[in-house]
Design a protein around this ligand. Structure first.
Ligand code: PLP
Length: 438
């Protein structure tokens, strides 16, 4: 006779920091109970033992999981595209990190964004989006959604009343990034909630406007949009959640009801995160997120302070600087798990001079960094252990025509830095050398 299993300790009595390291590693997703690190599972299909177990597995797939008893039951795995243990564990950790009910992961951030919007808006519907957003999200909304008769209005949500004016009877989603890429502009998420509620009060439940927030720049360590009123949060896991620059992934986090819809969407559109991609994010990325971001923030502060004093630089935008135009909102909205101000690891600065000259200078600076710097790498992407720099006007945001860039919040002389884990003195030394006489 097998001995009765001892009840494992409840993670709920511990802080989020510790839970993000240990997860629910003794729960039923993980039946390798003698491994300390979850094994990298790799099985595209699962033995079902009998017709009734197979039938139950299919019947239970993508059901709403409100009942905690039901959630604790060992899942019946059928096929990787439906559900898979490594990914399930990552999803539990990410739901916890965002203080949401449930998470569904995807192959990339873009797959997650397409899915989150895919369950909120259908043919004939409308999206109200903040004007400054990730390039591929912009082209999803301007190139592909119109073919499905889904239209988007872009507005500057930082202006009073702009969000309200962008809403129409057919609007089903408000979409935003905060901080936005690349200029780190913030959108007041609680205010967006109030605007949506005012309209939703007069609508039937299925016609209500949902708020979708891309929280990639902040990371859940610095900001939890669901607690501020968002309905769904999306992430590019490729960035600071993976953190080491080794893997791509995406996630959408929200309620149990959204989880059901997202699982079903993912099953049929097929953009699953492979377990081999989920594993490094689960084992290396999530457990070190708070440690990395806390360290990066301290360095970002020092680097931003240095840049602010530099004679070749016109402006530095970092939510942690008291000179940041939305500093008060930053302090209210960007808060870590312990209640500390958490302005993140992204810094944006604008080189001095009229537009054409500033652009040439910024390009010169980037070229010098690429050639001479040891601690700063010219590369797109962000949120890694290595500091990365890029020039949005000629790189990530070059799809916006030059004459429209300033209006869209992209300065020709703007440079974006993603702060890594290097010694701040080394970063400052490399920047000082590259900035001399540009
Ligand atoms: C990178 C990024 C994305 C897209 O993520 P992928 O993993 O590259 O698909 C979306 N939003 C923001 C803010 C990003 O930085």
């Amino acid at each position: 006779m097998a001995k009765k299993k001892a009840k494992p300790p409840s993670p709920d009595a511990y802080s989020i920091h510790s839970q993000l390291i240990h997860g629910r590693s003794r729960d039923e997703h993980w039946d390798y109970r003698h491994h300390v690190v979850p094994p990298l599972s790799s099985s595209s299909t699962y033995r079902l033992e009998g017709a009734s177990r197979g039938a139950r597995g299919f019947a239970e797939f993508a059901q709403e999981q409100h009942d905690p008893e039901k959630r604790r039951k060992a899942p019946i795995y059928i096929y990787d595209r439906l559900a898979e243990p490594t990914r399930d564990m990552l999803e539990e950790a990410l739901a916890l990190s965002e203080q949401g009910q449930a998470c569904v992961t995807f192959a990339t951030g873009m797959a997650a964004i397409a899915a989150a919007l895919g369950i909120c808006v259908f043919s004939g519907h409308h999206i109200a989006a903040h004007r400054t957003i990730y390039g591929s999200t912009y082209s999803l909304m301007t190139q592909w959604f119109p073919k499905l008769k889904i239209s988007t209005t872009f507005a500057d949500f930082t202006r009073p009343g702009a969000l309200e004016r962008a809403l129409r009877p057919t609007t089903r989603a408000i979409y935003l990034e905060s901080p936005a890429n690349p200029n780190l502009q913030l959108v007041d998420i609680a205010a967006a909630r109030r605007a949506a509620d005012a309209v939703n009060a007069k609508r039937r439940e299925r016609d209500r406007i949902r708020i979708v927030v891309d929280n990639t720049f902040a990371t859940p360590f610095c900001q939890r949009p669901l607690t501020l009123g968002a309905d769904l949060v999306v992430h590019s896991l490729t960035k600071n959640i993976c953190g080491f620059g080794t893997d791509m992934g995406g996630a959408a986090i929200g309620s149990y009801r959204d989880q059901s819809a997202l699982l079903s969407y993912r099953k049929d559109f097929g953009g699953v995160l492979s377990p081999k991609g989920a594993w490094p994010i689960l084992v290396h990325g999530v457990p070190t997120l708070s440690l990395r971001v806390r360290h990066q923030e301290r360095t970002a502060h020092e680097v931003a302070g240095f840049l602010e004093q530099h004679p070749a630089i016109a402006r530095v935008l970092y939510p942690g600087l008291p000179t940041f135009p939305q500093y008060e909102l930053a302090r209210r909205q960007m808060v870590d798990y312990d209640g500390n101000f958490a302005p993140g690891n992204m810094v944006y600065f604008i080189v001095k001079g009229p537009h054409a000259k500033a652009r040439a200078r910024a390009e010169r600076l980037i070229d010098r960094l690429a050639r001479d710097a040891y601690t700063i790498t010219l590369a797109v992407s962000l949120g890694q252990v290595r500091t990365l720099v890029e020039h949005p006007s000629s790189m990530t945001h070059s799809s916006v025509p030059l004459d429209k860039q300033v209006k869209e919040g992209i300065d020709p002389g703007g440079v974006r830095i993603s702060i890594g884990l290097e010694d701040p003195r080394d970063l400052i030394q490399d920047l000082r050398k590259a900035l001399a006489g540009i």
